[in-house]
Ligand binder design. Structure first.
Ligand code: FES
Length: 112
């Protein structure tokens, strides 16, 4: 596992993107609700492109859904299930995390 960020680096109720590690080409993004953290590959299941239309813009205006900036697909924050849009029923690829002492760890190869 490798450290990705500190919990306090993510605004509560917000999201933040992280570029791919050296040698990788798919970044990750983190969504935080209190002490709960979800990490996904930053790749839309529709076309594989990054979801954020601007840096760290992953969520709907009310921060209740993850939104793809390309064609507007909407995903549940908790499990990445697409609930509206062209990839309805598909899922974002979740990344297993460990939270230790306020630091979010992800597998070494996550985002490669
Ligand atoms: S690329 Fe994400 S909805 Fe089309």
């Amino acid at each position: 596992m490798r450290p990705l960020c500190r919990l306090i680096d993510i605004p509560d109720g917000g999201a933040k993107g992280f570029p791919a590690p050296p040698g990788g080409f798919i970044g990750l993004f983190v969504v935080r609700k209190g002490e709960q953290v979800c990490v996904y590959l930053n790749a839309c299941p529709h076309l594989g492109v990054p979801l954020d239309w601007a840096p760290d813009r992953f969520l709907s205006a009310d921060a209740s859904r993850i939104v793809c900036g390309t064609h507007g697909a909407e995903f549940a924050i908790e499990d990445g299930l697409c609930i509206a849009g062209p990839c309805l029923g598909d899922r974002l690829e979740a990344v297993k995390i460990e939270l230790r002492n306020g630091v979010v760890f992800v597998p070494d190869d996550a985002g490669l």
